[in-house]
Design a protein around this ligand. Structure first.
Ligand SMILES: [Fe+2]
Ligand SMILES: [Fe+2]
Length: 263
């Protein structure tokens, strides 16, 4: 895919140009994900059932902090970017549903429940998952998120969110590996089945029977709209940079777990 012209700060894009640029970003993200995550040592060994359990435990322990904090940041972003969603009122409902999803599905307090269910099967306690300090190399992904969620413009943030869709494929690989090679039941691997669905497909929101959009589809829609609304980003923080940095820092968290098995 040819690289479309890089959108510049201060511009507005036409709908067609915005769509083409969003497609380009997602294609580029998937390429990086395939090289650095899918084909990386960690996921390759996991798929083969050869990744040692202490490495899995260290990774998941750090991932616990990440997921909890990033869901908190998502709630903050409701306030930060509210003016955009008031102007684009049709997106406000799906935005609220996406934030709520992390906090109320399957029931309150949300995804942290399925996180702890899978953690328990790895013999990781709630304290180990949510309270122990995390590895410096593993926390970099959170610190980058914090930077973009708090300081970034809307296109920086939805550039970063391009990463989220890759978590659906990644979760599918985890789920298959844990249930085929590591003796996990479907219930024990629930964190990954939940995210394979939530990050890609339409799914149920909480227990009320309401539907929520797949997080990936929602993110694509917001970015396409934001590019037409008026582009603003800080020097050095292009959308592509924000998206690809997430892949690099995800790979860095995996390397940190490989280097520091948790027995
Ligand atoms: Fe989640
Ligand atoms: Fe998600």
């Amino acid at each position: 895919m040819d690289k479309p012209r890089e959108p510049k700060a201060g511009e507005k894009m036409t709908e067609a140009d915005a769509k083409a640029y969003v497609d380009y970003l997602y294609t580029t993200l998937y390429k990086a994900w395939h090289e650095k995550i899918h084909k990386g040592l960690f996921m390759t060994q996991l798929r083969e059932g050869k990744l040692p359990l202490p490495v899995i435990r260290q990774f998941f322990k750090n991932w616990g902090h990440f997921s909890l904090e990033v869901n908190g940041l998502n709630a903050v972003s409701y306030y930060t970017h509210l003016p955009f969603f008031v102007r684009n009122f049709d997106l406000l409902g799906p935005f609220c549903a996406k934030i709520a999803d992390e906090l109320i599905s399957p029931k309150a307090p949300g995804h942290v429940l399925v996180l702890l269910q899978t953690a328990e099967a790895m013999r990781l306690s709630r304290k180990e998952m949510l309270e122990d300090p995390y590895l410096p190399a593993a926390r970099a992904i959170n610190d980058f998120c914090h930077k973009i969620f708090i300081d970034g413009s809307i296109v920086e943030l939805w550039g970063l969110h391009v990463f989220e869709e890759s978590l659906s494929h990644w979760s599918g690989e985890w789920y298959t590996a844990l249930t085929t090679h590591y003796g996990f039941t479907k219930e024990q691997a629930v964190y990954f089945s939940t995210h394979e669905e939530a990050d890609m497909d339409t799914h149920q929101l909480g227990e009320g029977g309401e539907e929520a959009m797949g997080h990936g589809a929602f993110n694509r829609t917001v970015l396409t709209r934001a590019l037409q609304d008026g582009i603003e980003y800080r020097a050095g923080y292009t959308m592509e940079y924000c998206a690809l940095t997430m892949v690099d820092l995800h790979a860095q968290m995996k390397q940190a777990a490989l280097d520091n098995p948790y027995h």
